[in-house]
Design a binder for this molecule. Structure first.
Ligand SMILES: *[C@@H]1O[C@H](CO)[C@@H](O)[C@H](O)[C@H]1NC(C)=O
Ligand SMILES: *[C@@H]1O[C@H](CO)[C@@H](O)[C@H](O)[C@H]1NC(C)=O
Ligand SMILES: *[C@@H]1O[C@H](CO)[C@@H](O)[C@H](O)[C@H]1NC(C)=O
Ligand SMILES: *[C@@H]1O[C@H](CO)[C@@H](O)[C@H](O)[C@H]1NC(C)=O
Ligand SMILES: *[C@@H]1O[C@H](CO)[C@@H](O)[C@H](O)[C@H]1NC(C)=O
Ligand SMILES: *[C@@H]1O[C@H](CO)[C@@H](O)[C@H](O)[C@H]1NC(C)=O
Ligand SMILES: CC(=O)N[C@H]1CO[C@H](CO)[C@@H](O)[C@@H]1O
Length: 537
């Protein structure tokens, strides 16, 4: 410390007596000095003290007037007993390089350039000196962590860390060829993905200061264009070189590959998948012409399918009846027709199984009532009014629901007989004697294999009166065989006999239907709707 003593002369009081020892009266913190004029002694308070030098000398606080005034800028003033000293504020250092000073020799506090100390801001940090301080920011390629810029490395937890872009982000339809690193300035090089060609743009990407890869502007053009379309299918998965197809709901694949591939030539090698509607292996099954079944086969074209056709027939009116049969057939055809030997007036359940597809379709049907076979009669001509006629019947030719009706036709000018019209029963009530009537009705059960029937015997047959024939009149006798089931009725008529009561000569013209004349029998076929026209000549 350099202390400059100032000599202060305190004017002494005029001495009351020369004998007074002034020095003895000086304050402990005062000195006894010669008077400047040499006229005696005087007490002076020591440097740093103020007072009269004798009775009091008290400490003077130099710092009170302000550090910047007494010590200068950027200082702290420290008062001591009788003195003071100065120090520099943090960030400043005294120009004389001493820790403490008194500025009376020109010493002052000057800013410290902290940035002269290397690495003060850490790796990647950039130091900036401030008046009395400094701050850090991050160099290009570095980013601040744990804080914001600018930061102070001792005060904040912030620090600089090198920018890392991470693995290079790939752009659609490109592949990474090489990369020099992942930090700032690293370069990644890309190439077009399989199935693509480089159209234009930059194929490299650079790790930028913001931590992002940038610069890749490569445009990608697909070689093969949009994914190919297949009817009734959807795309399950695809990339630009491979497409996998699948049939949509309700359709299934009819062989073929389900993958499309982008070929070297830049065109799709399309999948060959064919999607067809899912249908049962047997469909559109129906009965055709009463005895045939027709169905559509759903299978691979070239495959042969084996079908088992089984059918069961039953009859309401004949409990014991069971027609149960089966047959197999194998075919490649898409449509099948099969005619079965179904019996008449029967309910059938027909089931068709596609053996390899393990699928069965069933249909029910019934067969209709057929026209009964024409009865075999012995045609004769009689000259008696009570002729006995013969009928033969082979067992089972007619079913149990049939019966016979015997018609009597009195011969008039013109006789019209319709086999399908129900006959009249009462010959007595007829107004016109020429009308035909039913003379007997005989159930088929009563016939067995052969029957002799005498016309005009006056008895009742099946509720009909077998009225005697008039002597001398001419008649035709017609036999009608009837099949009846519920409301359905089929019949056939045959000419059974001719009765000649008089000398009339008759010619029969069979105008409308087919006729067959045998040696013994005249059988008239043609069914229920046949109509005969008889003309007297
Ligand atoms: C004189 O000054 C000193 C410090 O320098 C102090 O300790 C002492 O008390 C003072 N004496 C009186 C009598 O004031
Ligand atoms: C598409 O996928 C196939 C099969 O997974 C693969 O071999 C091919 O490399 C892929 N192509 C593209 C361009 O991704
Ligand atoms: C494509 O076909 C293969 C074999 O032909 C088959 O295994 C695969 O399941 C099919 N994929 C689809 C999605 O249908
Ligand atoms: C066929 O079945 C129907 C209905 O069950 C029935 O009404 C009919 O009488 C049956 N026909 C024969 C011939 O069994
Ligand atoms: C026979 O089948 C036809 C058509 O399926 C139906 O209309 C008719 O009522 C059936 N007849 C009987 C007797 O079941
Ligand atoms: C029917 O008559 C013939 C001869 O006229 C006779 O031979 C035959 O046995 C008779 N049939 C019956 C079932 O009576
Ligand atoms: C310090 C100082 O100058 N002291 C002087 C005071 O006066 C006497 C005589 O008068 C001198 O002898 C001292 O030297």
């Amino acid at each position: 410390m350099i202390v400059v003593f100032l000599l202060c002369v305190v004017a002494g009081m005029p001495a009351a007596g020369q004998t007074l020892d002034v020095c003895a009266t000086c304050h402990a913190n005062a000195t006894c000095d010669n008077k400047s004029d040499g006229s005696g002694k005087v007490c002076n308070c020591k440097y740093g003290f103020v007072g009269n030098g004798r009775t009091f000398c008290q400490d003077k606080d130099e710092c009170q007037i302000g550090a910047s005034k007494i010590c200068g800028q950027h200082t702290t003033c420290h008062n001591t007993y009788g003195s003071y000293y100065c120090t520099c504020l943090s960030g400043y250092s005294p120009s004389n390089n001493m820790a403490i000073f008194i500025p009376n020799d020109g010493t002052h506090c000057q800013d410290i350039d902290e940035c002269r100390i290397t690495n003060l801001c850490g790796e990647g940090g950039q130091c900036r000196n401030l008046d009395g301080s400094f701050e850090c920011s991050c160099q290009l390629g570095y980013q601040v962590h744990n804080g914001v810029q600018p930061f102070h490395p001792h005060r904040d937890k912030a620090f600089c860390k090198v920018v890392d872009c991470g693995p290079p982000a790939s752009v659609e339809d490109t592949v990474l060829l090489s990369v020099t690193g992942t930090t700032y300035g690293s370069v990644a090089t890309f190439a077009c993905d399989e199935g693509f060609i480089w159209a234009r743009g930059d194929s490299t990407s650079v790790c930028g200061a913001n931590g992002l890869w940038r610069g890749l502007t490569m445009v990608c053009e697909a070689k093969c264009g949009p994914v190919p379309f297949l009817a009734n299918s959807e795309v399950v998965w695809h990339n630009r070189s491979v497409v996998i197809h699948r049939c949509v709901d309700g359709y299934h694949s009819w062989r073929g590959s389900n993958v499309s591939v982008c070929g070297m030539s830049g065109v799709w090698q399309k999948a060959t998948l064919t999607c067809i509607e899912i249908k049962p292996p047997i469909n559109h099954l129906y009965v055709l012409n009463e005895k045939c079944v027709r169905w559509r086969a759903e299978k691979y074209e070239e495959d042969t399918e084996v079908y088992k056709v089984a059918y069961i027939g039953s009859r309401d009116y004949q409990r014991s009846f069971h027609d149960k049969r089966k047959q197999f057939l194998s075919s490649k055809a898409d449509q099948l027709d099969l005619c079965l030997s179904l019996l008449p007036v029967t309910n059938y359940s027909i089931s068709i199984t596609a053996v390899s597809a393990r699928f069965t379709a069933t249909i029910t049907t019934n067969t209709s009532l057929p026209v009964p076979p024409a009865p075999v009669v012995y045609y004769r001509e009689f000259e008696t009014p009570v002729p006995t006629l013969r009928l033969r019947r082979s067992a089972n030719t007619l079913d149990p629901i049939s019966l016979y009706q015997v018609y009597v036709l009195p011969v008039e000018e013109i006789i019209v007989f319709d086999c399908s019209s129900p006959g009249r029963s009462d010959p007595l009530s007829k107004s016109k004697s020429s009308s035909e009537y039913i003379t007997a009705q005989i159930h088929v059960r009563q016939v067995r294999t052969e029957m002799n029937f005498t016309v005009g015997d006056g008895l009742h047959y099946g509720g009909f009166y077998n009225a005697p024939l008039e002597n001398g009149r001419n008649y035709y006798i017609i036999l009608r065989a009837v099949s009846q089931w519920k409301t359905d009725l089929k019949s056939v008529c045959v000419l059974w006999a001719k009765i000649k009561g008089t000398s009339y000569v008759l010619r029969v013209s069979l105008l409308s239907t087919a006729a067959s004349v045998g040696l013994f029998a005249l059988v008239i076929l043609g069914g229920y709707s046949c109509t005969w026209y008889f003309k007297k000549t």
